[in-house]
Design a binder for this molecule. Structure first.
Ligand code: F6P
Length: 438
């Protein structure tokens, strides 16, 4: 990890006075962020000491927030915003915050919203004008008023579209795949020598973006998942040898499954992509489930959609991809249900399995209160960054500070549940499941 890897690109020197504090005697100077304000990437004393002892520069993330000087003149600027990838709670909250901040704090007069993700950039009729009136009530709705889509568009054509409309800053609200597209766009902008900013806002219920304490939408999705787990638990307790099985989203990362498990305290087994498991044999999942039923008479099982994919690999898994380039997963939920039924039927043991797949319900709901506050902060800080000329970066929270993170760092790898972490230990503690079922 080098300090230079976290430097934030700018479109040029910011020389124009910000209107932010003008005419507001109540506003306090200390909300303004000085260039050079930063937080440590690794804030452990041991790491800091080691880097200093080695004479190395400390890798830092630039602090997000309003600056005294802007790159763009707000009243002449055109902002664009696009929501990409799968839906996520809080999309409308971010849109609302962006528009309200740009218009009310800075006096921006033109904001375009692109419809259906990146498709809106290549479609001449793919945009709508966003005003405070348009966005005033949208935060109460799930989904995105701009709608979204997966998949890439030709980078050159997207940039042609932005140029045609005179867009100065594009805000991309998306996850991993969308940020790859945003990076391509920023690279092409630089190649053409244009002064168009690209600012990302970290969206995904999977919570798998690097250098982000959390992505927006995750908290809401997790809270909704808890409801499903609680229902599964009730169902399991409501019948002899009841088994409540819940499948939750989480393609590569089991954060929703883990955190919802800890929050609800109900599951007896939580299966995630990060921890391989076996079904058969004395040490496998089915034997452990049988022991649980024998001792307690019911069981609640949570499985993340990306878990146990190796068990299904004989079915051609790994070849088909969705429009974002993600491998299409096989259905571990129904597969587990079948295997559980077969396992107990073979021994003539009665079970009552209730399978719950809340599926898209956990991500199409409106943001909860915690996510709403978070989305508001992200939208606001994205505008601060964009008007200062920051580009090729995302706003996000790192060690509880709002910061700027280069897109490249965010997508360099993926956050997954660390099996040595407190989170996974908490899952093992809450469920009582064997640490290994292999
Ligand atoms: O990336 C977010 C997410 O909700 C994943 O958890 C899930 O695997 C995926 O999107 C499903 O999205 P879709 O069916 O819209 O492609």
């Amino acid at each position: 990890m080098n300090a230079a890897d976290f430097a934030i690109r700018t479109l040029g020197p910011a020389t124009l006075p910000s209107p932010l504090l003008r005419g507001d005697p109540e506003a306090s100077e200390h909300v303004m962020v000085e260039e050079g304000d930063a937080v440590l990437v690794d804030d452990s004393l041991r790491e800091v000491r080691a880097l200093l002892a080695a004479g190395r520069e400390l890798p830092c993330l630039e602090r997000a927030g309003p600056r005294h000087k802007l790159f763009f003149r707000p009243e002449r600027v055109t902002l664009g915003v696009v929501t990409c990838g799968g839906l996520c709670p809080g999309l409308n909250n971010v849109l609302r915050s962006l528009v309200m901040t740009a218009v009310h704090h800075y006096g921006v007069r033109r904001i375009l919203g692109f419809r259906y993700g990146y498709r809106g950039l290549v479609d001449p009729d793919g945009h709508v004008e966003l005003t405070p009136q348009v966005v005033a009530e949208i935060h109460a709705q799930g989904g995105s008023i701009l709608a979204s889509s997966r998949g890439r568009q030709d980078t050159g054509q997207m940039l042609d579209g932005l140029q045609r409309l005179g867009v100065d800053v594009l805000f991309v609200i998306g996850g991993d795949g969308s940020m790859h597209g945003a990076l391509d766009l920023a690279t092409e902008i630089a190649r053409r020598g244009l002064a168009i900013g690209v600012v990302g806002i970290p969206k995904t219920i999977d919570n798998d973006l690097c250098f982000m304490d959390q992505t927006f939408g995750f908290q809401t999705a997790m809270a909704k998942a808890v409801e499903a787990i609680d229902c599964a638990h009730r169902e399991a307790q409501g019948a002899p040898n009841g088994i409540g099985l819940v499948k939750l989203m989480g393609r590569h990362s089991g954060f929703i499954a883990c955190q919802a498990t800890v929050a609800s305290g109900r599951p007896n087994f939580t299966l995630v992509p990060e921890q391989p498991f076996r079904l058969e044999g004395a040490g496998g999942f089915l034997a452990a489930l049988q022991r649980r039923l024998a001792s307690r008479g019911s069981a609640c099982v949570v499985v993340a959609e990306g878990a146990g994919q190796d068990l299904l690999s004989g079915n051609g898994n790994g070849t088909e991809r969705d429009a974002s380039g993600n491998v299409r997963l096989k259905d571990i939920g129904t597969y587990l249900a079948e295997k559980i039924h077969a396992h107990f039927a073979a021994q003539d043991i009665e079970i009552n399995l209730k399978y719950i797949d809340p599926s898209y319900i956990i991500r199409s709901v409106p943001a909860n209160a915690a996510d709403a506050v978070f989305c508001s902060a992200l939208g606001m800080h994205a505008v601060h960054a964009g008007l200062c000329g920051k580009t090729e970066m995302l706003v996000g929270v790192w060690h509880r500070h709002l910061v700027h993170v280069p897109i490249r760092q965010v997508i360099a790898s993926r956050n997954v549940v660390d099996l040595g972490s407190t989170l996974w230990r908490s899952v093992l503690g809450a469920t009582g499941q064997p640490p290994r079922m292999t």
